[in-house]
Design a protein around this ligand. Structure first.
Ligand code: PRX
Length: 635
């Protein structure tokens, strides 16, 4: 027996030990008992972190959609697979059963095929949180096309970069999207992006807001008429265990975004197994993750993990504040949601609104609360625990990353005693290590260091699309034979982990990873700007906000600084998206630099955080005098 469902702490320790001592036997049993394979594997795990190379279930054949859809038809054909809750509360919600999902995915898959998409081709999906988003993801997987979902809040320039990086042939989008009281014209963003994407032959357009848009003849097609004509039977393409399933871009501290490549079998096994245990999912539950499918959380824990378990997964199109800040609670009540998984930034925004909106709703269906994306601060943790969970629904503070594919460090609800701000214990099969600055592992408890993972797990990203050397350099070069996460963490007296935050130049704003370099590159495009540096500073709701230090070409620039600030944020919005806008912009005559010309961000960070009492060692600075100027004019 593979212990697919862990129910008490002793069992967790026992299964954990087994997963570490005999990882191959352990994962083989899980894979064998709970999934549908067209052919079994020749070997369970082959790996070498020095290369780096990891393969799971080598030689196995499968299709993930047969596991997420077809195999449930015998017992769950009429069960709701996807429960769609629209932006507007007056519009009816939609229940898509497993049988309907099967037909809709197959129709979509046939449309893709008819448009010439084949196994291995890349398809960019730029859609709001509507059913077509999940369906198009699954349709790609059905025919073996590699989906690359781009969050629909990204700008045209960001979309262009992502489309071209992996040579997408097709873009799937909509005429627009609803976001609270606003509508967003997605199609014109796509049109703008495609001016510089010669490889895109076809654009499929879903109708959502019924706005008047322009369609380019021979390139753009309305989706619905094509679906109407398509057959609802489509054989699943038989995939190899290690065939790429999707590419998902994540920011790096330098350079262009990294297209993380996830493959088929290991990703499926790990997301399904974590979903079952981390949310203690039971057959009649209604599970809701508020993330967008544009991020890894949506891929793994709105679509693949839940559907692989035959679950009902809720997809919400809107925002927590529309029509008011009670919307989340209204949805929990309306659909009797049992598991609710959200981000600390949302919790803080909701907490600010007080508890009245919660008290108006019946939240008694809730059993498990989740948190993901950034460290959850103590105040937010207690607010969530007391008011939403009524001290009876455990909070699972789940730590993981786009690169890890699935949840890595987390409590198991009703199994692991929780502790505020702690992600607690490694999940089954995960071997964390804390490292010191010299690359040595720090053993024992009550220690702090850089978080690495020592041993492969099934859903680790296999490469960066088109740049395996960057993959090696980013994740496997800092600590020999270890995957380096980029995060710092501490381990307490009982071995619980608390993630302390990024130790590189990635800043997490409202749960979104933002690299400093791409934002600086965008700012430097402004004709008046000579140089810039971005750091993070604490923010009540966003967790972190961005602080920019900008040197103007003409130091005596007479133009109004407020106008310049607006223009700089406008450029950032155009290059990346509104999520990367700066909260504070300080104009300065210089930036503190080392003799080798590197900006000393540590000092800029301290000034932005108003911690100027102890700036640390500034003796290696080329221009120490600039520090006082920056402190005096700090915002
Ligand atoms: O710094 C960690 C933080 O988010 C980073 C990963 O971001 P991304 O790839 O966008 O994936 C987010 C959703 C999985 C991590 O390196 N992070 C994520 N979850 C937590 C967290 N930090 C603290 N606690 C968490 N629970």
């Amino acid at each position: 027996m593979s212990n697919y469902h862990i129910k008490h702490l002793e069992e967790y320790f026992q299964v954990y030990r087994k997963s570490i001592r005999e990882p191959e036997n352990f994962w083989e049993e899980v894979a064998e008992e709970h999934f549908l394979w067209r052919k079994k594997w020749d070997s369970v795990l082959d790996w070498d972190f020095a290369k780096p190379e990891v393969t799971w279930f080598k030689g196995a054949k499968l299709n993930i959609t047969e596991n997420c859809i077809d195999r449930h038809l015998a017992t769950r054909a009429n069960k709701t697979a996807i429960l769609f809750e629209p932006n507007n509360p007056n519009e009816p919600s939609e229940k898509i059963t497993y049988e309907q999902l099967y037909k809709r995915v197959n129709k979509f898959a046939n449309v893709l095929k008819k448009q010439g998409i084949k196994k291995g081709d890349r398809v960019c999906i730029y859609l709001p949180m509507i059913p077509e988003l999940a369906i198009s993801v699954l349709a790609c997987a059905r025919i073996g096309a590699i989906h690359s979902v781009v969050f629909a809040g990204f700008s045209a320039t960001a979309l262009t970069t992502r489309i071209n990086d992996c040579d997408c042939q097709m873009v799937i989008t909509s005429d627009g999207s609803y976001r609270g009281a606003k509508t967003i014209d997605l199609k014109s963003i796509v049109d703008e992006a495609l001016k510089s994407c010669p490889g895109v032959k076809t654009v499929l357009v879903a109708k959502r807001i019924h706005s008047k848009i322009t369609m380019k003849t021979g390139r753009d097609y309305w989706l619905q008429p094509l679906l109407d004509e398509a057959s609802s039977d489509c054989n699943a393409e038989i995939m190899d265990a290690e065939d790429p399933l999707f590419i998902l871009y994540t920011s790096g501290s330098t350079g262009k975004p990294k297209g993380m490549v996830h493959t088929t079998a290991g990703y499926m096994v790990y997301t399904a197994y974590t979903f079952k245990n981390v949310f203690q999912y039971k057959e009649s539950d209604v599970y809701w993750c508020t993330a967008d499918v544009g991020w890894i959380t949506g891929h793994s824990y709105i679509i693949y993990g839940p559907l692989a378990n035959g679950a009902t997964t809720l997809m919400f199109e809107g925002v927590p504040s529309y029509p008011d800040f009670g919307r989340f609670w209204e949805i929990v009540q309306k659909h009797k949601v049992t598991q609710f998984y959200t981000a600390p930034t949302a919790i803080r925004a909701l907490a600010k609104e007080g508890v009245e909106l919660i008290e108006k709703h019946d939240l008694s269906s809730l059993k498990v609360l989740g948190s993901v994306g950034e460290p959850i601060n103590e105040e937010a943790w207690h607010w969530y625990n007391d008011n939403v969970g009524k001290k009876k629904s455990p909070i699972v503070d789940t730590w993981w990353q786009t690169e890890t594919g699935g949840i890595m460090i987390t409590p198991i609800p009703f199994v692991t005693p929780t502790k505020p701000t702690y992600a607690t214990l490694p999940f089954i099969g995960i071997q964390p290590a804390l490292m010191d600055e010299n690359g040595q592992e720090i053993k024992g408890n009550q220690v702090e260091g850089r978080l690495c993972i020592k041993f492969p797990w099934p859903s680790i990203a296999r490469t960066i699309w088109g740049n395996h050397e960057r993959y090696r350099e980013t994740y496997f070069s800092a600590y020999k034979n270890n995957y380096f996460t980029g995060d710092g963490a501490l381990r307490d007296e009982v071995g619980y982990y608390r993630i302390t935050g990024r130790v590189d130049d990635v800043i997490i704003v409202s749960g979104h990873n933002l690299g400093t370099a791409p934002i600086e590159d965008a700012i430097n495009e402004h004709p008046a700007v000579a140089e810039s540096a971005i750091v993070g500073f604490p923010h009540d709701i966003k967790g972190n906000a961005l602080y920019g230090y900008v040197i103007l070409k003409d130091v005596g620039e007479t133009r109004n600084h407020d106008n310049l600030r607006k223009e700089i944020n406008q450029i950032i919005t155009e290059h990346i998206g509104p999520i990367a806008k700066l909260d504070k912009i300080q104009f300065t005559s210089g930036l503190p630099k080392t003799r080798s010309g590197k900006i000393m961000r540590r000092i800029l960070r301290k000034i932005a955080c108003k911690e100027t009492a102890n700036l640390g060692d500034t003796s290696t600075l080329l221009n120490p005098e600039v520090v006082n100027e920056i402190i005096e004019n700090a915002l």
